[in-house]
Design a protein around this ligand. Sequence first.
Ligand code: KIV
Length: 275
Amino acid sequence: MKNTSVTFREAKAKGQKLSMLTAYDYTTAKLVDEAGIDAILVGDSLGMVMLGYEDTISVTMEDMIHHSAAVARGTKNALLITDMPFMSYQTSVYDAVVNAGRLMKEGRAQAVKLEGGLEVCAHVKAIVNASIPVCGHLGLTPQSVNALGGFKVQGKGEEAAQRILDEARALEEAGAFAVVLECVPRALAEKITESISIPTIGIGAGAGCDGQVLVYQDMLAMYSDMAPKFAKQYAQVGSQMKQAFAAYKQEIIDGVFPAAEHTFKMDETIIDKLY
Ligand code: KIV
């Protein structure tokens, strides 16, 4: 059955945990969807793990639309959420609605995600009023990496923790259907989770959240530029890929690949007639 923002809200009411993974292309989306993951996030993390930038700042609307549309073609049941990239919504409420609309129309997203708290509540409200479901994102918000001074845990002190809790309540009030909590202490994530009626989706926020999200390259150990503490590695796909690439190279050198079963036959008497 196709998941929607409504089934997400219902899951929290029923106490059902939610699973989310990123995907950025058709093939991966199909695998994630077939594994039964509840939601696929086309994260702007694609700037780092797919495009090789050092952060998410340079990601464009065109990047997001291109990857979101590919993921949509591979997704049947998962809820497809697409990130609004840096400066596609911060500039004005008008820009926020127009760009959210583009992610839905051109990127075939079912919901959008944007980062920030009180400063984006008017934007969230306006997007929701345009019938576009919005997922919030609090704590470590990577688009603010320059203002935050790096990829650091957020909300450890009383003032910062209170601010994140207030922002989660404000996002719920603004109409968000869920909120991602990134890199906040476990106890704060638990407090937020019990204080709001929309699901919290944690990444580096502990098991008390209503759901979890990971970047798939992190959980498959494919991305070696950064290894976040919170990202459990479920398989060593990166090293398996490297081994396979090296074996392919060696078999080419050794003349082992391609073997007879990888080639096509013809009536070879024809070859003798060629001049
Ligand atoms: O861009 C992304 O992949 C994200 C997740 C880390 C939540 O926002």
